[in-house]
Write a protein that binds this ligand. Structure first.
Ligand code: GLU
Length: 281
């Protein structure tokens, strides 16, 4: 029996790719006799809007899905992420980073070599500037009002955690390579958590036994395994499912203006037809 979850960010209307992901998770829960959980990942205050959260409920209900109540909204649980950060702080695997994006770009350019890209989306890996600075120098900048993020000291974390692996339902046993993501941000300058930290904490607190999500997040799992180990949490099983593409092979995306579920509905499409089309009759 495995509980699963669908965890959208309310930054736009859901499209067919989200419908596939939600139906996939619900089906995986159903076939294993587990619960299907909906979680609203709304930590990014500048991009998330309450009307998109309402639209998520409406669109998923239209699709015929039912989920556990109450729905967890990450923005209401900062204390849980704070507690996880305190634990990591206690292990000595966090450091303050005052770098701006421009600083990081400059530092990478100055190093002269082609930057290594993070495994989860192609951002250049952080070159470790603030990890190498004297702590007193960073403290002074912070005292003078510099905004700071908290980053994971990857080498220190890996030294504590040792080798790690996860079971992937499609790919089999995977050796975790968190170095692909470098010194990831665990608390942002504007929000006292990050996607990676919040998702790791929540999947545990919500008892998720099988994390189903798109292949685009495969890279993130390397880091999530490391965070689970550091926080003393069990590693769930994972199933990274295919991503839907539009007719010219582009991945569906909110920002690329892919037709939303409400566009399809308003154009007269029946939920049953969409479910059939996505392979969930
Ligand atoms: N909130 C993430 C998104 O909308 C998904 C997180 C996850 O499934 O781990 O892309």
């Amino acid at each position: 029996m495995s509980d699963t979850r669908f965890a959208p960010s309310p930054t736009g209307y859901l499209h067919r790719g989200h419908a596939y992901s939600a139906l996939f998770a619900a089906e995986a829960a159903r076939t294993s006799g587990g619960r299907f959980i909906l979680r609203i990942e709304d930590i990014d205050r500048s991009r998330c809007r309450p009307e998109y959260t309402d639209a998520i409920f409406e669109d998923l209900a239209w699709l015929g899905l039912q989920w556990e109540q109450p729905v967890r909204r990450q923005s209401e649980h900062m204390a849980d992420y704070q507690a996880a950060l305190a634990k990591l702080e206690g292990l000595g695997v966090l450091y303050k980073c005052v770098c701006t994006r421009a600083d990081i770009k400059r530092e990478i350019a100055a190093a002269g070599a082609a930057p290594h890209l993070a495994g989860d989306g192609g951002e250049p890996l952080y070159p470790g500037t603030c990890r190498k600075r004297p702590v007193s120098e960073v403290a002074k900048l912070v005292a003078n009002g510099a905004a700071y993020a908290l980053r994971l000291d990857l080498a220190a974390a890996v030294a504590i955690a040792g080798p790690l692996a996860w079971h992937d339902r499609t790919e089999g046993t995977q050796i975790a390579r968190p170095e692909l993501l470098g010194d990831a941000v665990l608390a942002r300058k504007d929000v006292p958590t990050s996607y990676h930290l919040a998702v790791t904490v929540d999947d545990h607190l919500q008892g998720i036994g099988l994390v189903t999500r798109g292949q685009d997040l495969f890279g993130a799992t390397h880091l999530h395994c490391l965070l689970q180990k550091l926080l003393g949490l069990p590693t769930p099983a994972y199933h990274h499912h295919k991503l839907l593409t539009d007719p010219d092979g582009q991945r569906l995306a909110k920002r690329a203006g892919s037709a939303s579920l409400r566009d399809l509905r308003n154009a007269g499409m029946a939920a049953r037809a969409l479910r059939d089309d996505l392979g969930f009759s």
